[in-house]
Design a protein around this ligand. Structure first.
Ligand code: 5GP
Length: 121
């Protein structure tokens, strides 16, 4: 299934792209939650973390490698940053094409969830 991120990859819709290689693309989130809020996505369509397979798993390591590369380039590697990948409804995923959120420029809080009653799992 095609998503808005496929349209960003194909340049059908604009985005502020900060990094690109054969496998991935990184661009600014349209609704930033931190002074730096980038999305790092594979060019290959993988809908959710649940769709990572033995064949495509290496791309996820690649996305983390890109995150570290950008952190060094933008000089927030030493101060620190957060990298998050949301999965499905409870994880807060809204675009079904896996992406790393790279957040920086502010001290992060923990835990990251809203103050809701935990589910029975
Ligand atoms: P998720 O909620 O799936 O973890 O994250 C999706 C992210 O994509 C959100 O932070 C949202 O602001 C961002 N987003 C959604 N549509 C667009 C878009 O058209 N352009 C950009 N740059 N970001 C988008």
């Amino acid at each position: 299934m095609s998503t808005i991120f496929d349209k960003i990859i194909s340049r059908e819709i604009p985005a502020e792209i900060v990094y690109e290689d054969d496998l991935s693309l990184a661009f600014k989130d349209i609704n930033p939650q931190a002074p730096v809020h980038l999305l790092i996505i594979p060019k290959q369509h993988i809908a959710t973390i649940n769709d990572i397979t033995e064949e495509n798993r290496e791309i996820v390591g690649h996305l983390y490698w890109v995150a570290a590369k950008i952190a060094a380039q933008y000089d927030f590697a030493k101060d620190g940053y957060r990298v998050v990948m949301n999965c499905n409804e409870d994880g807060g995923q809204s675009v079904y094409h896996i992406h790393l959120h790279l957040l920086a420029g502010i001290t992060m809080g923990w835990p990251p969830f809203a103050n809701n009653r935990p589910k029975q799992v």
